[in-house]
Write a protein that binds this ligand. Structure first.
Ligand SMILES: O=c1[nH]c(=O)c2[nH]c(=O)[nH]c2[nH]1
Length: 321
C-alpha cells in the first residue's frame, strides 16, 4: 500500500430515493412527491482504508429510513422540515455519524381546478403536474460538537423554471474589440431556466428525543406561519422571480438577476443570501437577406432559431447587509 496518500474526506449515502406520500384529511387529500438524497459523514474512514464494513450504515437502510419517516413523520408535507427530521434522525440514531446532508427535490402536483368556467374549485384528490420546475431543499445537520448541540443549515430554492419573453429585453454598451461580433440590440428574446437558491441563518435544533417515537421539535424559524415558513418563502420567491422576469425592462441578464434577488431579500426576512444561476438561452433571428426579406432588424425579427448550445451563464449571490 502506498504511504503517499491518505483519505482526505469521505461522504456516502443514497441518491434518488423517489417517494410519493398521501396525507388524508377525510376526503381532502394532500400529496407530495420527493426525490431524496441522504449522505452521511462521521467515523467511517476504515470502511475505505481497511475494508471495515462494521462502521457502514448501509445505503439500503438509509432508503428504508427515508420511507419509514415518510410514513410516520408529521413533517412530511414540508420538504424543509422533513429534511430536518431525516437529517437529525440519522445523527442521533448512529453514534459514529456526525453530519448528515439531505437534499429533497419536490415535484409539482397542484390541485386540478374543476367546475364551470369562472367557478372552478380545486379538486380534493386530483392533481396536475403544472410545471417542470422543482422546489429544492438542502439541509446540513452538524452534530460534530455533540448530539445535544446540533446545528442545522437550510438552503432552499427552485430549479428548472423555464421562462421566455419576446420583448422587454435589450443588450448594448458592452466592450467592443477585435473579438466582438455581437450586434447591439434594443429588443431581443430573453429566455432562461432559473436556478435559484436562498439560505437561512444556521440554527440550533433538538434531535428526535426517541427514535421510535419520532419526536422532533420544529424550530421556530421554520414552523408554519413564521417568516421562515418554507412553503411561503418558496411561493414568494417563485412569484418574485416570475414578476421581475416579466416586468423588468431588461438591460442584461445581470441587471435583471440583481432586481430579482433584491426583491427576494426584501420580501423574506429570514433569507440571508440569494443565489441565481441563469443560463442565457439564445434565440437567433434567421438571416433572410438572401431572399430580400428583413428578419434581422429587431422590430422585424419574427423567425428565430433556438440555440441549445452554447448558452451564456450569468450568476451572482446577493446578501442581506
Ligand atoms: O444579458 C446578457 N449578458 C451578457 O453578458 C451577454 N453576453 C452576450 O453575448 N449576450 C449577453 N447578454
Amino acid at each position: 500500500m502506498s504511504s503517499e496518500s491518505f483519505l482526505a474526506s469521505a461522504r456516502y449515502g443514497k441518491d434518488l430515493v423517489r417517494v410519493l406520500r398521501v396525507v388524508r384529511e377525510g376526503s381532502w387529500h394532500h400529496v407530495v412527491e420527493y426525490n431524496v438524497k441522504v449522505l452521511l459523514e462521521g467515523d467511517i474512514e476504515t470502511s475505505y482504508t481497511e475494508a471495515d464494513n462494521a462502521v457502514v450504515v448501509t445505503t439500503d437502510a438509509m432508503k428504508n429510513i427515508t420511507y419509514y419517516l415518510a410514513k410516520t413523520s408529521p413533517h412530511i408535507l414540508s420538504p424543509e422540515r422533513f429534511a430536518l427530521h431525516l437529517g437529525t434522525h440519522m445523527v442521533s440514531k448512529y453514534a459514529h455519524i456526525h453530519k448528515s446532508f439531505v437534499t429533497i427535490e419536490k415535484l409539482r402536483w397542484s390541485r386540478i381546478p374543476v367546475g364551470a368556467d369562472g367557478q372552478e374549485a380545486p379538486h380534493p384528490h386530483a392533481f396536475i403536474r403544472d410545471g417542470a420546475d422543482k422546489r429544492v431543499v438542502d439541509v446540513e445537520i452538524d452534530a460534530s460538537a455533540g448530539k445535544d448541540k446540533i446545528i442545522a443549515k437550510v438552503t432552499s430554492g427552485i430549479a428548472d423554471l423555464l421562462v421566455l419573453k419576446s420583448t422587454g429585453s435589450a443588450f448594448s454598451g458592452y466592450i467592443r474589440d477585435e473579438y466582438t461580433t455581437l450586434v447591439e440590440v434594443d429588443d431581443r428574446i430573453l429566455s432562461t431556466s432559473v436556478d435559484l437558491t436562498y439560505t437561512f441563518a444556521p440554527f440550533n435544533i433538538a434531535a428526535p428525543t426517541d427514535a421510535k417515537k419520532l419526536e422532533f421539535s420544529v424550530p421556530g424559524q421554520i414552523s408554519p406561519g413564521s417568516v421562515w415558513d418554507g412553503e411561503e418563502v418558496a411561493e414568494r420567491a417563485r412569484k418574485a422571480t416570475l414578476d421581475i422576469f416579466a416586468l423588468d425592462e431588461s438591460a442584461s441578464v445581470q441587471a435583471t438577476l440583481y432586481n430579482m434577488a433584491q426583491r427576494v431579500i426584501a420580501e423574506n426576512a429570514g433569507v440571508q443570501t440569494v443565489t441565481y444561476k441563469l443560463p442565457n438561452k439564445h434565440y437567433i433571428p434567421v438571416d433572410m437577406k438572401y431572399i430580400g426579406v428583413d428578419n434581422t432588424t429587431p422590430s422585424q425579427a419574427e423567425v428565430f432559431v433556438p440555440v441549445s448550445a452554447p448558452s451564456g451563464l450569468i450568476s451572482a449571490t446577493i446578501s442581506r447587509k
